[in-house]
Each structure stands twice: as structure tokens, then as C-alpha cells.
Design a protein around this ligand. Structure first.
Ligand code: AHN
Ligand code: ZN
Length: 334
């Protein structure tokens, strides 16, 4: 954190010097200085402790599985937080049909900043929890997860982004979208008829019926499992094909900030996630920042869909890397 603040003030100092010299002679307005001036927007410092606390608050409700008290209470909390941070809040309530026919009382929650701006970027994460620990020992297969990383981490980072957006407005409009019912996909133990597209039900709904008609954004960033220990974010396969330029911009920003060990500039595997439906139904290129490494056992973090996906395995340094990178990108959009 300290070094980041130093870096920001150093570039401001440089900006000041550049302005002074430019004032006396336009000839000193060299290309290098110009580039420095253009890239010197003040980017606020992301507070990982704050993001961590927003994750802990969600986890305290218990597993946010659709159709439970914990889910309903957490939905209220999230909408209230967005209000408190000055967003215009939209709620989408929908009855969504799960893989086994269960009707899920779902709620997508959207917080809009500068809602009238034409130039927009959307940031999203899912807020629901998987009702199963089906990557754990068999006796836990039907036990819900805490979802500290899988769900709450992305939302926690975005709530901290919301707090920053209230303090300092970027030049473009921003929409924070908390999708529901992402993680209710068909478990392997299901013996009934298999349906297609059973994951990401909230984003599929939003993609067909967005919170404002004809909703458009330049690009989206999806945060999924962004709080784990030793996280690595590769170029996810679907993102590579559909949101290439936004993806490159994000990894470049991360490297500029020194987060090379998290943001790996190599191809990763392909994951079905909310970004697929954002792109498929709304033609908005959307980048999935997801802790997914094809070199590990199943690609996912060891706590994925297990009882270990709890606060004990949330790492502030990972949150910092992701949160600061997101701020770097959105405050540099013109
Ligand atoms: C599938 O497992 C098909 N998609 C992973 C998306 C996901 C689940 N993200 C979090 N939990
Ligand atoms: Zn999941």
C-alpha cells in the first residue's frame, strides 16, 4: 500500500514538473512527457481490509443459497450497501427454473454510477452460493458452501470499488452487477434428465432482460473467485476469443502495478461463467478474472465447492491485486 501511494505521488510530482516546463516552452512538450501526463489520472488506492470485511459480512449470513433466509437477508444487505455508497440501485426479481425443476426466487442487484453517461463499463460478480459441496467428501455433497471465495470475494471487491466510486467519480459511467443463481448448476450426482445451461441463471435472465432497455457497455469485467491464496488468473479461453482487447488492457494494467504473479499472460482453460451470457445475449465483451489453472487437479482452487471455501482461506494480497487493477482500468477509461 505504502509503495503504491508513493508511486502515485511520484507520478503527480512528475506531472507538476511537466506542466511547469510545458508552460514556458511548447518545444519541451515531448512525446514521453505527454504519455506520462495522459497516464497520470489519479487512481484511488484500493483498501483490501475493507473488501475483506465486506466478504466477512456476507459469509456471516450463512450460505446464500436461493430460497433461504440467509440469501434473502444478504440481498437486502447488498442493496443497502450500494445505496449507502451513492449508486442508483435496480433490483431484478425473477423466478428461475433450476436443473431439477426447483423454482429459485432470484434477485439480480445492480448499482449504477453516472447512469446517464453513454460511455460505460460493467463490473460483475455472482452473489449466491452453491447448495452443494460436491467437490468435497461424499458426506458433504449435499451441504451448502460458505462461498467466501466462490461468490462473496468478487462482491466484496466490488463493494470496495463502490465505496471508492462515491469518493471520486471516474470519467465514465460504471455499473456494478451482482448476479444471482450462478452456482445452482447440475451436480454430478443428479440422476434425472440433464438440461443445458443450468449455471449462471441470473446472468442469463439479465442478458435477455437487462435492468434498463437496450443496455450497452464498452466491456465488462467479471470477478469470480478473486480472494484465494496463491490465486492465478490466466487468459480464460472464452474471454480470449470474445473480449481480447479488454483482456489485454487489464493484464497490462496489472503488470504495470506489479501484480505479475497473479495475472499470468498465458492461456488458461475455458470456463462457463456469467461472462458467456453477458456476451451471448448482450454482445458486450466481458473478461472473466477467475482463479483457474489447468495445471491443477480440476483447474479450480483446492477449496472450490468444498467446506473449506471459508474466511480462513481468503487472502488480502489477492484482493489487493484484483481490486487495484480494476480501479486502474476504470479510472483510465475516457
Ligand atoms: C462450471 O463449473 C461449469 N462453471 C464454473 C463456474 C463457476 C462455478 N464459478 C463459480 N462456481
Ligand atoms: Zn461455484
Amino acid at each position: 500500500m505504502k509503495s503504491l501511494n508513493k508511486a502515485i505521488s511520484a507520478s503527480l510530482l512528475f506531472l507538476g514538473v511537466a506542466f511547469i516546463s510545458c508552460g514556458s516552452s511548447s518545444k519541451s512538450d515531448t512525446k514521453a512527457e505527454k504519455t506520462e501526463i495522459e497516464s497520470s489520472v489519479q487512481v484511488p488506492a484500493f483498501n483490501a481490509d475493507s473488501a475483506y470485511n465486506y466478504i466477512a459480512e456476507q459469509v456471516k449470513f450463512g450460505p446464500r443459497v436461493p430460497n433461504t433466509k440467509a440469501h434473502q437477508a444478504c440481498g437486502t444487505y447488498l442493496a443497502e450497501q450500494l445505496e449507502r455508497f451513492g449508486a442508483k440501485v435496480y433490483n431484478q426479481y425473477a423466478d428461475l427454473v433450476a436443473y431439477d425443476g426447483t423454482i429459485l426466487k432470484a434477485r439480480n442487484i445492480i448499482g449504477a454510477y453516472n447512469p446517464d453517461a453513454k460511455k460505460r463499463v460493467m463490473l460483475c460478480a455472482h452473489w449466491d452460493c452453491r447448495p452443494y459441496s460436491d467437490n468435497d467428501e461424499e458426506k458433504f455433497h449435499r451441504t451448502p458452501i460458505d462461498g467466501a471465495n466462490d461468490g462473496a470475494s468478487g462482491v466484496g471487491v466490488l463493494l470496495e470499488v463502490a465505496r471508492q466510486l462515491q469518493q471520486q467519480a471516474p470519467s465514465i459511467g460504471i455499473d456494478l452487477i451482482f448476479f444471482d443463481a450462478e452456482d445452482y448448476g447440475t451436480p454430478d450426482f443428479y440422476e434425472g434428465r440433464h438440461k443445458e445451461d443450468t449455471w449462471c441463471l441470473g446472468s442469463q435472465y439479465w442478458g435477455r432482460i437487462p435492468h434498463v432497455s437496450n443496455y450497452k457497455a464498452r466491456f465488462g469485467i467479471l470477478l469470480d473467485m478473486v480472494g484465494g491464496e496463491n490465486a492465478s488468473f490466466f487468459y480464460e479461453g472464452y474471454t480470449q476469443r470474445t473480449a481480447h482487447s479488454a483482456m489485454k488492457k487489464i493484464w497490462k494494467a496489472a503488470h504495470k502495478l506489479g501484480f505479475n504473479r497473479y495475472f499470468i499472460k498465458e492461456n488458461g482453460g475455458e470456463v462457463v461463467d456469467d461472462h458467456v451470457y453477458v456476451n451471448r445475449f448482450r454482445q458486450i465483451p466481458c473478461v472473466d478474472i477467475i482463479d483457474f489453472d489447468i495445471r491443477s487437479r480440476n483447474g479450480f482452487n483446492p477449496t472450490w465447492h468444498t467446506q473449506d471455501d471459508n474466511m480462513e482461506h481468503i487472502n488480502r494480497n489477492t484482493l489487493q491485486a484484483v481490486g487495484q487493477t480494476v480501479l486502474q482500468v476504470i479510472y483510465n477509461e475516457k
